[in-house]
Each structure stands twice: as structure tokens, then as C-alpha cells.
Design a protein around this ligand. Structure first.
Ligand SMILES: [Zn+2]
Length: 361
């Protein structure tokens, strides 16, 4: 569905004019909200269309006001106090968690979003960061574990948070509960909301553990070596447990990417042909095979017996390409830290607002 070469697609400005006309008719509810929200949405739409026409991206999806409430972005009169934030049109809103949003940094915009009936605000700020010091200490390798979320070559393990097992049983119960409710009933809606709330709690618990882990690594290790895994390929996994592990690993490497830049550490990706799971981390002998079911690495040459993931992480720490990579500026390296950093909203602290009024949408 490509446009005729001489036909022009409407720009955000054209669409805005159209929207103003519609507001006087059946979309009068739009007068209740800040004009920034639809304007920003139109700008997003323009970008989506230009990606579609020029960069072969997918056709923009229709977003329903009811189903995809999602989020909106606001500019203008925004201020932050430790326990509250002022949003344009809406005014001061009390925060459930305090002290997360930097109150002295220059504020660009806020994005308000809703998930499972909880409201969140993410503040986009510009902050001058001090030139970070390179942390002392040894080079470490980090590998994704089979049972844990990640294993570090120094023996540190990022376990799946313990509470998740309890949540797992509860999730099962809530899912069964939902399937028993009659379609379209209000009991079904309630059951669906309870499930969504718990799902979010699970995701947040895991995310919190990952945040602490990646901060610890970026602040204390000068060089972190990970495997260069194709996250896109991994996401095709249909087993729930594997899919979650894939997503967690994708998140860990994404966070290490920007946190190493913040704290003066360097993230290095070992090439994917490096046999980190098949190589003995003591003598360097490479096995022919190391099937997934083998949890322990036994070396026939030197007799080493080590946990499979720990052996792989140690091999990553010793990846011969590290030296070469460090001589040239690398993405995520210490070379790119001098300029002021704009924090993307996700990383500047997203704060729960508690249950808020639905009328914002
Ligand atoms: Zn060996």
C-alpha cells in the first residue's frame, strides 16, 4: 500500500488542523485533556508513517482509547518536589514513592502511563554528569544461567527472585479463576484485572533485581564481557520459562549498555563463535559438545569440574578479543562519556502514582 508518488501524506501539522475541526464535533472529550497529549501522539504518528514509507517499517497500528490507553507525553509547566509532581493541565499529583525523580535537573518532558490500573510518571531530564572514574578490579565475564538469570565469572549469581515461585502458584490460580468466568461479565473483568496486577508485580520484582545487579557490575567492574547473543532470535522461543529468561537477558545487556557508559566501565561483546560453553576455563581445551542437559563441566584434559555457567562466564572474562576491543573506541566504552547525557525516561526513575483518575485518557 504505497502512496502515489505525487500524493503527499499528511504531516503532524495537517493532522492537528483536522483534529481541531473534529474536537468541535464528536471528539469534544479532547477538551478535557492537555493539548500536548494529542499533539505528541500526532508527532509519533508522523514518525511511524515516515518509518513505514521510507524505512520499510510496519504500517502504524490503530490505538484504541479504551484498549490501548498506554501513555501520553506532556511538555510545559512541569515541576518536581520530593513527593509530588506538577503536570500541565492536571496540577500537582502526589507520588506514592518519593525521592526517585531528580528535582534539580532540567526537565524536558513527562510521560504518564498506565499499567494494570496503576499510574506511572517518567520524567525526561538533562543532567550534566561528572567524568566517571574507571572502577578498579578484574575483568569479568557474565553469562546467562540455565536456572539463574545470570552468572558472573567471580562466582556472583543473579538468582530469579525467590518470591517469584510463590507468585507462580498464585498466577496459576488466577489464570484458572479467569477461565471459569463468563465472557463479558463483571466478575471476568475483575479476574482479568487481578491477573494483570500480579503479572505486573512479577515483572517489577524481576526488573528490580536486574536493575540492582547491572548497577553493581557497572560501578565495580572496569570491563564486562558478555556473549553477543541475538536477542531477536531468542524472542522466538515459545516456552514460557525460556521466553522469560530471554527477555531478562535482553534487559540485562541493554542496561549494561548504558550503565557502563554512566559509570566509566566498558561493555564488551565476545563474538558468537567463541566456544565459551565448550572451552575449559582452566586449560583451554575445547570439547566437541556440551549439551544443555549437562549442568557441570568436566574437563577430560585437566580434570576441572565446574558449574557449567560459571565455566562459561570465566571463559568470557578471558576472551582474547578484549585487548583488541579496548584499543579502539567501543560503544558503551569510556570514550563517550564527556558530553552531557540525556536520560531516556525509562532510566530516570519511573514512579508509581497509585491508582489515579481514569479521566486522564
Ligand atoms: Zn581443562
Amino acid at each position: 500500500m504505497l502512496p502515489h508518488p505525487r500524493l503527499k501524506t499528511p504531516t503532524a501539522v495537517d493532522l492537528h488542523r483536522e483534529l481541531v475541526r473534529l474536537k468541535e464535533g464528536k471528539l469534544s472529550w479532547l477538551y478535557e485533556v492537555s493539548k500536548c497529549a494529542p499533539q505528541e501522539a500526532l508527532r509519533d504518528l508522523e514518525v511511524a508513517f515516515s518509518n513505514f514509507f521510507e524505512h520499510h517499517a510496519g504500517f502504524p497500528n490503530f490505538k484504541s482509547r479504551k484498549r490501548d490507553a498506554g501513555s501520553f507525553t506532556l511538555y510545559g509547566a512541569i515541576s518536581v518536589h520530593p513527593g509530588e509532581v506538577r503536570l500541565p493541565r492536571i496540577g500537582w499529583v502526589r507520588l506514592k514513592e518519593r525521592g526517585y525523580i531528580p528535582s534539580r535537573a532540567h526537565i524536558n518532558s513527562v510521560t504518564v502511563s498506565e499499567r494494570a490500573k496503576r499510574w506511572y510518571v517518567a520524567v525526561n531530564v538533562v543532567e550534566e554528569r561528572k567524568e566517571p572514574m574507571i572502577p578498579p578490579g578484574p575483568i569479568v565475564g557474565v553469562d546467562r544461567g540455565l536456572n539463574s538469570l545470570a552468572v558472573v565469572s567471580d562466582g556472583t549469581v543473579l538468582e530469579n527472585p525467590r518470591v517469584l515461585r510463590r507468585y507462580g502458584r498464585k498466577l496459576k490460580h488466577l489464570r484458572r479463576n479467569l477461565s471459569r468466568k463468563r465472557k463479558g461479565s463483571s466478575n471476568r473483568r475483575k479476574a482479568r484485572e487481578a491477573l494483570a496486577r500480579l503479572n505486573m508485580k512479577v515483572a517489577n520484582t524481576r526488573l528490580d533485581a536486574i536493575q540492582k545487579f547491572t548497577t553493581m557490575l557497572a560501578k565495580t567492574k572496569p570491563v564486562i564481557v558478555v556473549e553477543d547473543l541475538d536477542v531477536k532470535n531468542m524472542m522466538g522461543n515459545h516456552h514460557l520459562a525460556r521466553a522469560i529468561a530471554d527477555a531478562a537477558w535482553g534487559e540485562i545487556s541493554r542496561q549494561l549498555g548504558y550503565k557502563t557508559r554512566w559509570y566509566g566501565s566498558t561493555l564488551v561483546k565476545a563474538d558468537r563463535w567463541y566456544p565459551s560453553t565448550k572451552r575449559c576455563s582452566r586449560c583451554g581445551q575445547v570439547k566437541e559438545e556440551m549439551p544443555l542437559r549437562e549442568r557441570v563441566f568436566h574437563c577430560e584434559a585437566c580434570g576441572l569440574v565446574a558449574d557449567r555457567d560459571l565455566n562459561a562466564a570465566r571463559n568470557l572474562a578471558e576472551w582474547p578479543g578484549v585487548a583488541r576491543t579496548l584499543e579502539t573506541p567501543v560503544e558503551g566504552g569510556v570514550q563517550s562519556t564527556a558530553k552531557p547525557l540525556i536520560q531516556p525516561p525509562d532510566e530516570s526513575g519511573t514512579i508509581s502514582l497509585g491508582r489515579g483518575p481514569r479521566r486522564w485518557m
